[in-house]
Design a protein around this ligand. Structure first.
Ligand code: MV4
Length: 462
């Protein structure tokens, strides 16, 4: 097992990794920019190294500074967390070349899954279903018409150089195809320097379902259930839950078996998340993430496992400590992402935390590095806390989430707490009836339901 791990991240995920290292008796090295010198992960680590000024490109994304910090502190492994360098294959290779262990899959697998087109081809070669479409770029308008006739409308034209939802255009009728094709190509050229576009069947109301897998270096692969991440705003997840209200046990088990078979001989090791669009009882592979995900605690709550500890054990060459049969999904978990943003229009709200009180009680978990006096920097992602609940049933979890959201106090910056208080009470959410466009389709009524915290009547800033 490793003796010392450098945590190449910040905020709540750095704290999360530090906690796993503590449980495993591993020494921790924190890194921080000049803006994070007083951050909680720095205070709780055994050692810390300042790696540069506030801008992420000069600190948390600075591969040389990160590697130097690991070498001068004598770390034998590096955990990237998520974001920053966590899916940079070249960085993973650099870490391995200097004799340290990069806690994650091999650089080859990171690179393979980082290229969304190659990832889709790999998924298809493993027997997974992908969204019907041209896969490769269309040579001309005739090719577009041919594909349109075989796929049927509505269609989606996607830029090959896009990704993350950028450069996509819906086409609902034959007469709109020519104009859409030409416009998509010129927009792709301007936005990505690459005019190549491809075409897919458009799924108009899918759910975003992701499956967590974990594999060791001995070929053991287990599935750890799914997470429903359909509640997103501009491709940013705000609420995740497990199990998905839309899946039956039979459908879940069929997908899990398919994935275990697909990955049995893939040589993958570590945590992995496969993202699917789910519509009309069909799963369509979208992409694979080779890092620990923000929403991993949702899976920890329904499996009772510590995924970060497992990820570290597997990276250290230990076999999985349990078989698939030992993994039992229990109860229901919800996660609300608490961003330092306006609950009305989601604009970032950096500042200093003037009051902080985290909820507790049965079935409540808070992953956050906030404290009274902490600063929320404008240089980094606005996620400042993850509020999770677990209950025997979805209804019990919803009740606990309402209670926890109402207890939570974060003063000094605006947060999404008022937004989540409205969301958890929405009848569609209560019924588990939503898909990826829900927040966009219900933006107005949700905004109207947001109650901004007054200061007089509540006495406390929320
Ligand atoms: C789609 C789609 C509907 N139909 N493909 C968004 C990011 C990129 N990875 C692919 N995305 C989508 N691809 C077809 N054929 C809808 C989306 C999409 C989406 C997917 C999951 C979660 C949120 C989303 C928000 C906008 C668009």
């Amino acid at each position: 097992m490793f003796k010392k791990i450098l945590i190449a991240n910040r905020g709540e995920v750095a704290l999360r990794i530090l906690r796993a290292c503590r449980d495993l008796g591993i020494q921790t090295v924190a890194v921080h920019s000049t803006a994070d010198a007083e951050a909680m992960h720095v205070r709780l680590a055994d050692e810390s190294v300042c790696i540069g000024p506030a801008p992420a490109l000069q600190s948390y994304c600075n591969a040389q500074a990160m590697l130097s910090a690991a070498i001068i502190t004598g770390a034998d492994a590096l955990h990237p967390g998520f974001g920053f360098l966590s899916e940079e294959a070249s960085f993973a290779q650099m870490v391995e070349d200097h004799g340290l262990c990069f806690i994650g899959p091999s650089p080859r697998h990171i690179a393979l899954m980082g290229d969304k087109i190659a990832a889709k081809a790999t998924a298809a070669s493993l027997g997974l279903t992908t969204v019907p479409g041209s896969e490769k770029g269309l040579d001309n308008l005739d090719a577009a018409h041919l594909w349109a006739r075989s796929l049927g409308y509505p269609l989606l034209i996607k830029a090959s150089g896009g990704g993350g939802g950028r450069g996509m255009r819906v086409v609902s009728r034959e007469e709109d195809l020519e104009d859409a094709y030409n416009t998509a190509r010129s927009e792709a050229q301007m936005a990505f320097g690459n005019s190549e576009v491809y075409i897919e069947k458009y799924l108009d109301r899918p759910r975003h379902i992701e499956m967590q897998i974990l594999a060791d270096q001995f070929g053991h692969v287990v599935t750890l259930g799914e997470r429903d991440c359909s509640l997103q705003r501009r491709r940013q997840k705000v609420w995740e839950e497990a199990p998905s209200p839309s899946l039956s046990p039979e459908v879940r088990e069929a997908l899990c078996q398919e994935l275990r078979a697909a990955f049995a001989s893939f040589g993958y090791q570590g945590l992995g998340t496969l993202e699917f669009l789910y519509q009309d009882a069909c799963f369509y592979f979208m992409e694979m993430n080779t890092r620990l995900q923000v929403e991993h605690p949702v899976t920890e709550l329904v499996t009772g496992l510590d995924l970060v500890c497992e990820q570290i054990r597997v990276a250290a060459g230990e076999p999985l400590s349990y078989t698939q049969e030992a993994i039992v999904l229990r109860g229901h978990a919800l996660e609300c992402r608490i961003n330092a943003e306006s609950p009305l229009d989601f604009t970032p709200s950096p500042g200093t935390i003037t009051s902080y009180h985290a909820p507790g009680g049965p079935g409540v978990r808070v992953d956050s590095a906030l404290y009274t006096g902490a600063t929320v920097s404008p240089h980094y992602d606005s996620l400042v806390a993850k509020l999770l609940v677990h209950g025997r049933t979805r209804d019990e979890s919803l009740a606990r989430m309402k209670r926890a959201l109402d207890e939570y106090v974060i003063g000094g910056v605006q947060t999404l707490l008022p937004f989540h208080r409205a969301l958890v009470r929405d009848p569609h959410i209560q019924a588990g009836e939503y898909h990826i466009r829900f927040l966009e389709d219900h933006a107005e009524e949700l905004r109207a339901a947001v109650e901004l915290p007054g200061t007089a009547e509540s006495g406390l800033e929320h």
